[in-house]
Design a protein around this ligand. Sequence first.
Ligand SMILES: [Zn+2]
Length: 641
Amino acid sequence: MSTTDEIKSRIDIVDLVSEAGVKLRKSGRNYTGFCPFHANKHTPAFVVWPETGTWRCFGECNEGGDIFKFVMKREGIDFKEALQKLADRAGVRIESYQRETPVQKEAYQHLRDLLEEAIIFYRNHLLNNREVLKYLHEKRGLTDATLETFGLGYAPNSWDAVLKHFTAKGHPEQDLIDAGLLTVRESESANNEFRTFDRFRHRIMIPIRDEQGRMAGFGARIVDPNDVPKFLNSPETPIFTKGRLLYGMERARKPIRTVDQAVIVEGYLDVIALHQAGYENVVSPMGTALTEEQLRLLKKFTRRIVLALDPDTAGQKAVLHGLEAVRSAMDREGEFGFDARGLLRNEARLQADLRVASMPDGLDPDEIVKRNREEWKQLIETAKPIVTHVMETLAAGRDIKDPKVKNQIASQVLPLIEDLPNAPERETYRQQLARLLKVDERALSGAQTQGPRLRRPRVVKQKSLPEAPGVAVTISSGRKVEEYIVAVLLRKPELLYRLDRLLETHGLAHLSAEDFEYTDYQLLFGLIHEAVQQDRTEHRDFVIESLPESLSGLSHELLAQTEKLDRLDEKLVEELSRGVKRIRDDAAAEKITQYKFLQEDAQEKGDSKTVTLYQTEVLKLTKLKRTIDEFDRKMSLRRLE
Ligand SMILES: [Zn+2]
């Protein structure tokens, strides 16, 4: 039994839902009550099935799932957290869900402990350095309490202070190198000698933790304005991966969820100053452009993300130089880079809402809150969509009456617009651009630059293989069908295009995460769906890389099941389509029964408006069922041919 199954078997969904404050009334084999997720208090449209451990709202939400989905939705947490919560409640230990091996875990813990010790070391040096303390207090406006909360420190101006201190305490040099505290370099006096010395010297030290609060590394900022580079981070280590961490995340995650918005700034000290000013939903990348992985991390907590950019970063430079410049900038420390196209793609793929707020008067965020606390709030509230931001930045201070300028701006903005996945959005921006440049919109659509378009499925040519006797798939329960679909698609994600096309030709909707009743299949399918919409990474690798730890056990299981999958792709697509038909058919039938039941309930109460509402729904579902059955009939005919 899988861990999720075991948890489900131990938790009574009726108890769980009742405890969440939903009053349930038994009716036949099920329970009904008022939906906790929408406001209507007239119709008990919320149904719980104790046998299958599932629930569904037949009203406004029209959504359902298992205990995990219920807790995720109710408490606004992600799958992993819901899993942990319910595991605790069920008394189930989630061992198979650790990605790190025990040996690695111990090694990583050792590095983290060492870094925690380093915080104390650097902190003591800060407390003894009046000059740096003065800078932090006066120039940066940070209080002692803030310095303590964020664990700020100072690395002394010495080549061997860390080396001496920690080796004297019995730490091997290699550990200090592994933790990124020391650097090794070949000695200049030749004879192949290597010299080990302190990586951070005469710098303000800022501890960086992962989103769970575990120590990961340091960011270091110069004290002497002539030193280079201005910012220096720990080197990449197993626990410090720049592209994956966000500074301040461990403190910001709760506030981000509470206000349902995350703000990204460029500097660690800006994060600290904003937190001190009471804006705690602020994080910063590690001095590089924002990665998809970082956005994915934020997306667990909110889909509304605002980038607060310095004027020079947000400026024309980044847009004009295009992708290559941004890419090379990403490798340099201390450069943020603003890659509009990359951000737009991630926004679409992750279904996030990305906006840009540019800082006025050449000020940094920390200077703005210092100047006027309210001003920050306003800047963030008036943040603009990326395309609008690019348009306005390009037009700022230029003579847009000049046809040459018009052309230049249009040729830079149009490819971004054409790249957007949905038509109404493209239309809106085209109009906006036309208004800005004071040109006819039709002139713009004629001047379109061809850019690679998102969501244009890449057609993968299939080699035809001789058909071998495959393992017969017996589809028994709904859960098994879902498992089968996800297992096959995980093995061959590219089949999703063909499946969707097949469904489409029969008037059926593309397969979507909502088709799945079980949370883990929903999540896995969501990743497969994302995978086929990008073309940077092999589809399956993309899924494996983005898997939350909690699903890695399940995905291995599924991949093992399909190892010997050797049927023709055409056959597989057909089987998949029958699977989809099956789960949709079941879902529709289930819903029809429930609606009829609810309809009777409403009739008894004389609520004719609700009765009509349910009747319409039943009609719609009956029609859907007919389309599904028709599809099934055609598919069977095809098999006979
Ligand atoms: Zn509802």
